[in-house]
Design a protein around this ligand. Structure first.
Ligand SMILES: [Zn+2]
Length: 75
């Protein structure tokens, strides 16, 4: 259900999770609606399907970061 504030002023999203550099999850401060941006830069509702996609992206992202750090340590 939409918060009264949101229906008057629109959602006030803040980042709830940084999945990758490009993909983030956002949550509305007032009504807790969650959205994410997909690969095309569009905002979509954070459905269980997108949560799943994001958790896969996050895992790949973290693995890449770990590998990068490993490379730095090697030098
Ligand atoms: Zn809202």
């Amino acid at each position: 259900m939409k918060h009264v504030y949101c229906s008057l002023f629109g959602h006030q999203f803040e980042i709830s999770k940084e999945v990758t550099y490009a993909v983030k999850e956002y949550k509305c401060k007032h009504c807790k609606t969650e959205v994410t941006n997909n690969g095309n830069g569009n905002f979509v509702e954070l459905t269980p399907k997108y949560k799943e996609i994001n958790s896969v992206l996050e895992r790949i992202h973290l693995r890449r970061l770990a590998r990068k750090q490993q490379t730095i340590l090697d030098h």
